[in-house]
Ligand binder design. Structure first.
Ligand SMILES: Cc1ncc(COP(=O)(O)O)c(C=O)c1O
Length: 880
């Protein structure tokens, strides 16, 4: 029997080896070996299995007596310090005997203690388990209960303490105890189906200190992912469908911000679940402040606090707490807990019963209201929203994604059709390319913005200075604007940043080309020159009217969308680069083909070669240069002058995730600069590490005169945009009259919250301490997408081309006719599967599918999502 210690130290009673009052043959043989196990299972059973203890030999204090074993089994220890913390569970343990609570009766009550230190003398789950039999001895239950108590994993010292004399040796790590558990059946008045009470401690340590300390001292570390993973499995799959009517309480250890085993604060650790919270506040002196602080920590992390519970200490803390909470959250007061440790608390439970009743009622009604609302939302949304970029006639109510919240890269999605479970879905389109935060940065951003809102509210910008705006401007100029920009012009979205850039560029052009001489005195349209842009087909610069004028005709600019659209520009088709059949290839538009080209000019051994500036000396560079000069020369003067070059550097996003040949863009910049045409880089999409470097200028190896940023700049948490400019662009607006100033502004220009978020995100992304994806020089992100998988996808028969760069992976499905292009719904079934079965939230650009992560997303996550896409694509192409 000694040898069983290590594997099954919590086997204490015959019940631990039983199934419905018969031996669990497999478990018994597993524990004692086939031969002895078979012998044991032949022993006839007595009905009172709970009282038959296994006696383990050779403990330090002599034999483990039956009495001691019995007491331990009943959860009665000499110093029962756990009870104060654990009493909150007891009402739940009682609840199955209450015939109805609102519309709910529960088949299952679960009381989960994820992290327990001070084990075994302190054990909340044991406490609940033991008290249920004590309570049942005082009153008849209406329904019978099957109660179980289980510890999943425990540190060696805690196992030794739980079973003195046991030899666990130098085990290291956490012992797996899942297969040993206690079970007790308490008969009720009614026959028929019993209720279940599941008491579980997930991880236990001996020392009664903070879990991170106990885990370190007892050599029993637990990763956050393991802890969260176990809880997720319990919450999602613990119950079979017919038993879904369950009531679960997850009790945290210590306070809201006490560290978990890895050191992560528990309020952060459990945040992905965003379970409705009951705050156990403090009824003692000083407790008002502590309770409010805890409440605010929860709110700041996006939790809904359903109720606050305090113990009565005669100080009426509930009055100021209720008033602070504006009576919107009930504050319940439990009677004082008896100090006498020999008190079995039964009378206290009787006295507290009413409070526990209201607590359960409050929790149930808050949760059912929440669920009801979540169920109603899709239909209501269909009735009142007008979604952008959405053909409503193609959307049915089942297609609507109900997003309860976001935690890092994941949405928490409520799936009404799937038993109303809350599922984590990876936001693979980074919510329209804005997102960067992992869950840690999200919390940091929320806190900083809360501070900024509290400090400034909103303040107007012109001729004013405030720290967030100044700090943000300085960071931008030291970062994305380094080496060329000296001015920051804040606005609030990408499109307006573009409009501002166009105004700046045109002024600069006129200034440099003598077009401003009369304008200060005569600001009328008649005297002005027609100014056009030089831009690329497939480009996208936003949806405001001016930004649209600067882009080539597309699905977004057609007469149906924008009858005012004229397309004020010379639009050149750019050469693009893509990965296909394991090779990076160049695709040249008509007009650029030449017999001077060699194979080496149009295929590349690696992506790095595409960005290599040694290509500046190639034939291709010459071909590009003459093509651009030729197109500029033949542009009719009657149409106007080219007053600005505007382009998305390196990748055209909305146009279909095309990687434009960086050599072509560099040549374009050089040609325009030689003609004093101001250059605008639209980095709204490409900026802030989207392409693996802080700015795409690093990839292009050339700089603009003006650049626009938005989206990821704030980490994606709040809208803010900026247009950066050189000093000489700025100077073209300087004069004696206000009329020559840039007369452009928005109500929320340089918004404090936006600037605050941007300063945090900009720093976070480029700090190797916070962004583990940075390479050793801190200049670029390591490869985010598994190379082998990327190459495999590039040679998949269903795939036309692939682009993988920085945080973006994109592929174009091979498709023809109406299956190709922006309006295509060719990939619909594939996307539905990915969303519903793989929890991957994607939104394609027609037949172009893409995945997008944040600059700090772990590469393991990227590989997981890419693999999901690969598998589904394979299935999809076989079914075509
Ligand atoms: C390259 C580019 N420029 C401008 C914009 C417009 O930005 P916003 O949607 O913030 O107006 C976008 C939006 O996707 C974009 O991708």
């Amino acid at each position: 029997m000694e040898s069983c210690w290590i594997r099954y130290p919590l086997l204490k009673t015959i019940a631990d080896l039983s199934n419905n009052n018969t031996w669990d043959h497999d478990l018994t043989c597993n524990v004692f070996g086939e031969e002895i196990g078979s012998e044991i299972t032949k022993i006839p059973r007595l009905p009172l299995e709970e009282n038959d203890c296994l006696i383990w030999k050779n403990n330090g204090a002599g034999l483990f007596s039956v009495k001691e074993a019995y007491l331990t089994d009943q959860g009665i220890s000499k110093d029962d310090s756990s009870r104060e913390e654990a009493v909150i569970h007891l009402r739940l343990a009682l609840k199955p005997h209450q015939p109805k609570l609102g519309d709910h009766t529960f088949n299952i009550d679960a009381s989960w203690k994820n992290v327990q230190t001070g084990f075994p003398s302190d054990s909340d789950s044991r406490f609940v388990f033991s008290k249920i039999s004590a309570i049942s001895a005082r009153q008849t239950l209406s329904r019978s209960i099957l109660a179980t108590d289980r510890v999943l994993k425990a540190s060696c010292p805690s196992v030794v303490a739980a079973f003195p004399g046991g030899e666990v040796g130098d085990c290291g790590g956490m012992l797996d105890l899942e297969s040993s558990y206690r079970e007790c059946r308490i008969p009720g008045e009614e026959d028929g189906e019993h209720s279940e009470l599941m008491c579980e401690t997930m991880f236990a340590w001996r020392e009664a200190v903070s879990p991170h300390l106990a885990a370190g001292r007892e050599n029993g570390m637990v990763e956050d992912s393991d802890l969260v993973g176990i809880l997720r499995r319990r919450l999602n799959c613990g119950f079979s469908e017919e038993k879904m009517n369950a009531f679960c309480v997850v009790e945290t250890a210590g306070g809201i911000a006490s560290p978990g085993p890895s050191g992560t604060l528990q309020c952060d650790l459990y945040r992905p679940f965003r379970l409705p919270a009951i705050l156990v506040g403090d009824g003692r002196l000083g407790g008002i402040s502590g309770t409010i602080s805890a409440y605010e920590s929860l709110k700041l992390r996006g939790y809904d606090v359903v109720a606050v519970v305090i113990e009565d200490h005669g100080l009426e803390n509930e009055v100021p707490l209720g008033s602070y909470l504006r009576q919107s959250v009930p504050v319940l007061v439990l009677p004082s807990i008896p100090q006498d440790l020999s008190d079995d608390l039964m009378e206290w439970f009787d006295a507290a019963r009413g409070v526990f009743d209201s607590l359960v009622k409050t929790m149930v009604s808050a949760q059912s209201e929440r669920i009801k609302r979540l169920h109603e939302m899709p239909k209501k949304a269909m009735d009142v929203f007008w979604w952008p970029f959405t053909q409503h006639s193609l959307v049915s109510v089942e297609d609507v994604t109900v997003i309860d919240s976001r935690c890092g890269e994941n949405f928490a999605v409520f799936k009404a059709q799937n038993n109303g479970v809350m599922t984590q879905q990876f936001d693979a389109c980074a919510s329209w390319w804005t997102q960067g935060p992992d869950s840690t940065l999200q919390t940091e951003l929320a806190r900083d913005m809360g501070y900024a809102a509290a400090r400034y509210g909103h303040v107007m910008f012109p001729e004013n200075v405030y720290e967030p705006a100044l700090e943000c401007a300085e960071l931008l100029l030291e970062g994305v604007g380094k080496g060329w920009a000296s001015r920051t012009y804040f606005s609030d979205n990408g499109s307006t940043a573009i409009e501002i850039a166009l105004k700046m560029a045109f002024r600069k052009f006129l200034y440099d080309h003598g077009g401003l001489s009369n304008s200060v005195n005569d600001n009328s349209a008649e005297t002005s020159t027609q100014l056009m842009v030089l831009a690329l087909t497939g480009s996208y610069h936003g949806d405001t009217l001016g930004a649209m004028e600067a882009q080539a005709p597309s699905s977004y600019t057609g007469f149906l969308q924008q009858p005012w659209y004229t397309g004020r520009g010379l639009f050149l088709s750019p050469p693009t680069v893509f990965l296909s059949n394991n090779t990076w290839n160049l695709s040249l538009p008509e007009g650029m083909h030449s017999n001077k080209l060699k194979d080496a000019d149009i295929t590349f051994s690696s992506r790095n070669e595409v960005f290599n500036t040694s290509r500046d000396k190639s034939n291709l560079a010459e071909i590009y240069s003459s093509y651009i000069s030729f197109e500029l020369a033949r542009y009719p003067e009657s149409k106007g002058s080219i007053g600005a070059l505007i382009m998305e550097p390196v990748i055209q996003g909305a146009g279909g995730m095309h990687l434009v040949d960086p050599l072509f863009q560099r040549v374009l910049v050089n040609v325009c600069r030689s003609k004093s045409i101001p250059i605008i880089f639209d980095e709204v999409f490409t900026g802030f590490w989207r392409l693996g470097t802080e700015t795409a200028t690093k990839l292009l190896s050339c700089v603009p005169d003006i650049a626009c940023y938005g989206k990821l700049m704030t980490g994606g948490i709040i809208p803010l945009s900026v247009t950066l400019a050189t000093e000489s662009v700025f100077e073209s607006f300087i004069g004696d009259s206000k009329l020559t100033a840039l007369l452009h502004g928005h109500s929320y220009s340089a918004h404090v919250l936006g600037c605050t978020a941007a300063t945090k995100a900009i720093r976070w992304f480029k700090d190797p301490q916070t962004n583990k994806n940075l390479n050793s020089e801190g200049s670029s992100l390591k490869e985010m997408w598994d190379k082998e998988l990327v190459y495999k996808l590039s040679s998949h028969p269903a795939v036309q081309r692939v682009v993988a760069l920085g945080t973006i992976f994109a592929l174009e499905l091979r498709a023809e006719g109406s299956n190709a292009g922006y309006a295509s719904i060719y990939a619909r079934s594939l996307l539905k599967k990915l969303r519903e079965e793989d929890n991957l939230y994607m939104r394609p650009l027609g037949n172009v599918l893409y995945l997008m992560c944040g600059p700090c997303t772990s590469t393991q996550i990227c590989t997981q999502v890419l693999f999901k896409l690969y598998k589904r694509l394979d299935e999809f192409s076989k079914n075509q």
